[in-house]
Design a protein. Structure first.
Length: 290
């Protein structure tokens, strides 16, 4: 990786506003997440939050402006109002400091920070986040999608169920905690070739009359098993011997355990970066321009 100097990266595609400073390694990383009072993420309110805390966030990371040689920002995909807020702030900083401005693909950044943090070389990637669920590999000089969700991302699926039970955002950690107390019951399992779908699973979980721990356990187990199946099939198809888990849902220990068991059965290596690199974070943006 060529040394480009100190890069300030700003991430704010959805609910977490984050900034990081990166040279040959991470120098600093600070986040200021938006927490909705009720329900899920409201794009306009999230953007207003980002605008209100942007100055404080940048001041915590940017200690010596003279050392900055570039500004990187999350260009998309993401929520429109949030993307515009981040882009405006990044453009203003770049103009004020007289340094280049570079837009970064949010999805590729998740993958590349995972590769950087774990040292894996040629993995099949399970990218599991709020809006995205994709199984990806690098073939013939480009990233290729082997399989993906046909409806909603796995994180959004968990959040939709959580909201139906009046659980606060984000719902994933609460569901994970409840699942440890429950027993598995059958819920719809939808894998179509290399793709998967979560809407039917979420609807069935919402309507299920079992206890909350049992439904949480079953929702997790079913959704994660679907992801692991497609990941394993992609490994076989591409002849890869490494799996990398990235994205915010990757923080779930049960998902990590299921992927690790699958890899052990195949004699493959499983990699997951430390938690600060899993959710949306400024470091994954800053590293892409160094």
């Amino acid at each position: 990786m060529p040394v480009f100097g100190q890069i300030l990266g700003i991430e704010g595609t959805a609910w977490n506003l984050s900034a990081a400073l990166f040279d040959q390694d991470l120098i600093s990383l600070v986040s200021r997440p938006y927490s909705p009072a009720l329900g899920g993420i409201h794009p306009r309110e999230a953007a207003q939050h980002h605008a209100s805390v942007m100055k404080e966030l940048i001041s915590l990371v940017l200690k010596d402006p003279d050392k900055i040689t570039g500004i990187a920002f999350s260009q998309g995909p993401g929520l429109g109002p949030c993307l515009r807020t981040v882009a405006t702030a990044a453009r203003s900083l770049a103009l004020a400091l007289g340094v280049p401005l570079v837009g970064v693909n949010h999805c590729i950044a998740h993958i590349e920070i995972g590769r950087f943090a774990t040292g894996c070389r040629d993995p099949i990637i399970l990218y599991a986040s709020g809006a995205n669920t994709q199984v990806i590999g690098y073939l013939n000089g480009r990233y290729r999608i082997f399989g993906e969700t046909l409806d909603i991302g796995i994180g959004n699926a968990l959040d939709k169920f959580a909201r139906s039970k009046d659980l606060p955002h984000p719902g994933g950690p609460i569901i994970e905690a409840q699942a440890k107390l429950g027993q598995y019951i059958d819920l719809p399992y939808t894998v179509k070739g290399m793709d998967l779908a979560f809407s039917g699973l979420v609807s069935a979980a919402k309507d299920c009359r079992a206890t909350l721990p049992d439904v949480c356990c079953s929702l997790q187990e079913t959704a994660f098993a679907m992801c692991v199946e497609v990941t394993e099939r992609a490994m076989s198809l591409a002849g890869k011997e490494e799996v990398l888990l990235v994205g915010g849902v990757g923080a779930n220990r049960r998902l990590q355990e299921m992927l690790r068991m699958m890899c052990e059965d195949r004699g493959a290596q499983f990699y997951v970066p430390e938690q600060k690199y899993l959710g949306d974070n400024g470091a994954m943006i800053a590293t892409q321009e160094n």
